[in-house]
Design a protein around this ligand. Structure first.
Ligand code: NAD
Ligand code: TDX
Length: 387
């Protein structure tokens, strides 16, 4: 296993490049103006949005180095020719929202498992071509995975060799996808690297996720549905740092290795919500305590020493990143309002209508909820946890 440096002028296939993190990766890469060329392959699901690449299209030099293909990573006929002309494949494409995986798991298996398999098979074919001298080198494959594959971590920090104990359909599918990727390194000698990023936030974040949902709801003075006691802990990573770390691993990562990408900003959900409301100048009274997410992971935390040893450092503090994010959402209603329409309303109804109907007020950000809900007489329509 030797360290590999990718060529300076890369031809990259970026799958899921119209999503939140993938588009940041593409924007930042093309803005470096180092001659790299990018093909984005994206199915444009509800989460994909060409507008996420608007800064690229606004710059003719960058736009000339971007090609956009609408298609499915699980479609071998689309994937094969694109991988054939790529030096590396960076796979961001996924169904990415835990709550949707609880409502409808199937799409997660199709994209996050079978889609990864199709990409790996295409890379294997190119490896064969390289061995026959029909191309210079086999493509490198980077699988973007998640801290959620470790499951809920009550204490300490997960290391890359720890057991995987995913607990939601989303995290189980992501674990399967990355295990498959690793198996292609072990079995076929494919050049594979894997990153496990923590909870990412920033501009262009789809409004289904905690921070953008609460920001956009609060801007409209709508209720903020806090699951359970709100004392779950996440480690927040600014999107440009996540995208930068992935680029660093793509360039310097050791083949076959897995790299945790922590944010170094562990916070309870309550603390995060209090901070964003303060920046926005909106009251805590918007917060409603609602029925918890089934199987809700209490905490994620990862050790980042392997990535640090590779020379990567995050650049953005949580305070600076959150301020940037709040201001961006306040200034970019034209981006998020269309997303919160159409299919969004059906999803919001399924996910939140009953929860909000059975919700209760919350006393304040600093008030820890009782670990066990206070028993009370059952009444029709009562929602249980969170009361
Ligand atoms: P996202 O949901 O914003 O974007 C996913 C993108 O993939 C969308 O553009 C969508 O259209 C596209 N896509 C979905 N299915 C596809 C398919 N079958 N073929 C082609 N394109 C498809 O997700 P994100 O938050 O940007 O996450 C990107 C990756 O990073 C995912 O693999 C996710 O598991 C991982 N990750 C996310 C976070 C986070 O906090 N957001 C943290 C760690 C890891
Ligand atoms: O309405 C909500 N209310 C609430 O209390 C939502 C949407 C979330 N939450 C809580 C659940 C979590 O404890 O906030 C926390 C963050 O939730 P999400 O934004 O849904 O993120 P999470 O489930 O932690 O997963 C995210 O990080 C890891 C990404 O969505 C994944 O793609 C990534 O792999």
């Amino acid at each position: 296993m030797t360290e590999r440096t990718t060529p300076r002028h890369q031809r990259l296939l970026v799958t899921g490049g119209a999503g939140f993190i993938g588009s940041c990766f593409v924007r930042d890469l093309l803005a470096r103006r180092d001659g790299s060329r990018v093909v984005v392959l994206d199915k444009l699901t509800y989460a994909g949005n060409r507008a996420n690449l608007a800064p690229v299209y606004a710059d003719p030099e960058q736009a000339a180095r971007l090609e956009f293909v609408v298609g499915d990573i699980a479609d071998a006929a689309v994937v094969g020719p694109l991988v054939a002309r790529s030096d590396a494949v960076v796979n961001f494409a996924a169904e990415s929202h835990v709550d949707r995986s609880i409502l409808d798991p199937e799409a997660f298996l199709r994209t996050d498992v079978l889609g990864v398999h199709v990409l790996l098979e295409a890379c294997r074919l190119e490896q064969e071509r390289a061995r026959r001298g029909e191309r210079e080198a086999a493509p490198r494959f980077l699988q973007v995975s998640t801290d959620e594959v470790y499951g809920s971590v009550e204490t300490g920090e997960s290391r890359e060799d720890d057991r995987l104990e995913p607990r939601s359909p989303y995290s189980s599918a992501k674990a399967a996808g990355e295990l498959l990727a690793r198996s292609y390194f072990v079995t076929y000698g494919l050049d594979v690297v894997i990153t496990r990023g923590s909870n990412t936030y920033g501009p262009y974040h789809h409004p289904e996720k905690l921070i953008p949902l609460f920001l956009t709801n609060a801007i409209d003075d709508q209720p903020l549905p806090l699951y359970g006691d709100g004392l779950q802990r996440r480690d927040w990573l600014y999107v440009a740092d996540h995208a930068g770390a992935i680029g660093h691993v793509l360039e310097h990562g050791v083949s076959g290795e897995i790299y945790n990408v922590p944010g170094g900003n562990e916070r309870t959900n309550r603390t995060v919500v209090a901070a964003l409301l303060e920046r926005l100048g909106k009251p805590w009274s918007l917060v409603r305590r609602v029925q918890d997410r089934p199987g809700h992971d209490r905490r994620y935390a990862m050790d980042g020493s392997r990535l640090a040893a590779l020379g990567w450092r995050n650049r953005t503090t949580f305070e600076a990143g959150l301020a940037e994010t709040v201001d961006w959402f306040r200034d970019n209603e034209a981006w998020w309002r269309p997303i919160k329409s159409g299919e969004w309303n059906d999803y919001y109804d399924r996910q939140y209508r009953a929860r909000l109907a059975g919700s209760t007020a919350d006393a304040g950000p600093g008030v820890p909820a009782p670990a066990v809900p206070t028993p009370r007489p059952a009444s029709p329509g009562s929602s249980g946890e969170g009361a």
